[in-house]
Design a protein around this ligand. Structure first.
Ligand code: BG6
Length: 489
């Protein structure tokens, strides 16, 4: 019975996006290239790749930049993030639509290479800073609280090419300088910050690696994570010194996992899965130290990390104020052989016979959201926000221009009911931003046709379309949800 809803009075209802998936304008006003600008389009069956040029002039495509290569934009390739949905030039119109839905908050990220075109400069690009000033002002016009991710899957390309990205300890200071710059610039406009989007995917995605991940892959992933944890902890301290009211959170990819069978081996395997993929990152960022099981995780892959005493002190001092996470699906773990592997995004596992799967094979599991919220709140006792949740689906525009998306409404409704239950069970959930509140470029596949929005954007997978915005049925439904503070679903 969902008549007696329990969402707190100031619950932060809203929607979420990331700079590289919406902004476009990839080469204007002094912006430098990011790794997403050399990333091609893909599909469910075809991975996205990066395009490059070798010192001898030959060009090619690969899963990641080969040693010695420079990222290159090739004339015959299509790069969906170059235009995104052109939020850069449409933000006023888009924010007005968010306001019409009644958004209390809007999650967005800052493009690092818009502020520091190479990533290692001292002086920021003023035009880049000005753009976000304008966006935040526009949000405040409608009393929409910005929720800002500092780094959402888009390293400046130069840092990748010249420093080998997060394999290099120097990245900690580049990131800290970037964070300090935006904290200072927006200290009166932004209160809620997230340090790294889905930080745990660095390790989680190894489960998806074709042919299986090697010990060297684990070594690299754990080391990159360590540098990111230290960078995050530094940012938290810098932020609090600039404005003690800042609420700075971690952001975890919350793919719940279950054991497929009652075989104790599966139960243990599932526990290890939670430790490696979910708890490890949360524990370091919320408790400020490595967990007891870290040694077992490292030993399993002969990992030896560069961790200094200063690093450990930083971690301790830089714990987060909030726990935030994305939630789309659950996965199922087994030590037994299974016929079919299903999943997407950052997790592959056995098929769960009790769940339905989307066209992209993501398991629809609202109860998993309740389960996750309750486990996590009990572990950390920190305020929680669900900062991504949604259904990627194809929409059809009717002849009269309307878009009927009952599948999306149904998905979101069930997940809101799951949050309601978790709140009733005592979880201090303070906000919900559904993913891709306006259609955007899919991170995983680069498609536009994998849509999440309440607002339809006229653009296809090849880059055709007018970019016109149209509210879908779910737009009016979400407006009602927010207006009734979650009572009218
Ligand atoms: C999350 C990311 O993993 O999932 C988003 O933080 C992403 O950037 C979202 O867009 C949905 O995934 P996809 O692949 O459908 O875009």
């Amino acid at each position: 019975d969902f008549k007696h809803m329990t969402f707190p009075k100031n619950f932060l209802w809203g929607g979420a996006t990331a700079a590289n998936q919406i902004e476009g304008a990839y080469d204007v006003d002094g912006r430098g290239l990011s790794v997403m600008d050399i990333t091609t389009a893909g599909s469910l069956h075809q991975r996205r790749q990066v395009t490059y040029r070798m010192p001898d002039g030959t060009t090619g495509k690969a899963d990641s930049l080969p040693q010695g290569a420079e990222g290159a934009i090739l004339p015959d390739e299509y790069y969906p993030n170059h235009v995104g949905i052109d939020f850069y030039h449409h933000y006023k119109e888009d924010i007005a639509l968010f306001a019409q839905m009644g958004f209390k908050t809007f999650r967005m990220s800052i493009s690092w290479s818009r502020i520091f075109p190479h990533g290692d400069e001292q002086e920021p690009n003023q035009a880049g800073l000005a753009f976000y000033h304008d966006v935040f002002n526009e949000l405040h016009k409608y009393n929409i609280e910005p929720l800002v991710t500092i780094s959402h899957y888009e390293l400046p390309l130069y840092l990748e090419e010249h420093y080998d990205g997060w394999n290099n300890r120097k990245l900690i200071d580049f990131y800290a300088h970037f964070a300090q710059t935006v904290f200072e610039a927006y200290k009166d406009q932004v209160k809620y910050w997230l340090t790294f989007n889905e930080i745990n995917t660095t390790i989680m995605f190894l489960d998806m690696k074709q042919g299986g991940a090697t010990d060297a892959d684990y070594q690299a992933a754990y080391q990159q994570l360590h540098y990111q944890y230290v960078a995050s902890a530094k940012a938290v301290q810098i932020g609090h010194a600039i404005n003690p009211d800042f609420q700075i959170g971690c952001m975890i990819c919350g793919i719940v996992s279950y054991p497929l069978t009652p075989d104790p081996k599966d139960i243990l395997q599932n526990r290890y899965n939670w430790e490696q993929n979910i708890f490890y990152s949360g524990d370091v960022q919320c408790f400020g130290e490595y967990p007891t099981y870290a040694k077992r995780l490292w030993d399993a892959h002969h990992v030896h990390l560069d961790i200094t005493d200063e690093d450990l002190a930083e971690l301790k001092k830089g714990t987060v104020d909030l726990y935030t996470f994305s939630y789309y699906m659950s996965s199922t773990v087994t030590t037994h052989t299974t016929d079919e592997k299903v999943g997407g995004n950052f997790s592959m596992g056995a098929k769960n016979p009790y769940l339905h799967y989307s066209e992209w094979q993501w398991a629809d599991d609202p109860m998993g959201l309740q389960y996750y919220l309750e486990i996590i709140y009990d572990r950390y006792h920190l305020p929680i926000m669900v900062v991504e949740n949604g259904l990627g689906a194809k929409d059809t525009v009717k002849a009269d221009g309307t878009i009927h998306d009952p599948y999306r409404i149904n998905y979101l409704k069930e997940h809101i009911q799951a949050m309601d239950q978790a709140i009733k069970d005592g979880v201090n959930l303070i906000g919900y931003t559904s993913w891709g509140c306006i259609d955007l470029v899919s991170a995983g596949t680069g498609q536009m046709s994998k849509r999440y929005g309440f607002i339809y954007v006229d653009r296809d997978d090849q880059g055709n379309g007018t970019l016109k915005r149209t509210p879908k049925d779910s737009f009016y439904w979400y407006q009602k949800v927010i207006q009734s503070n979650g009572a009218d679903l």
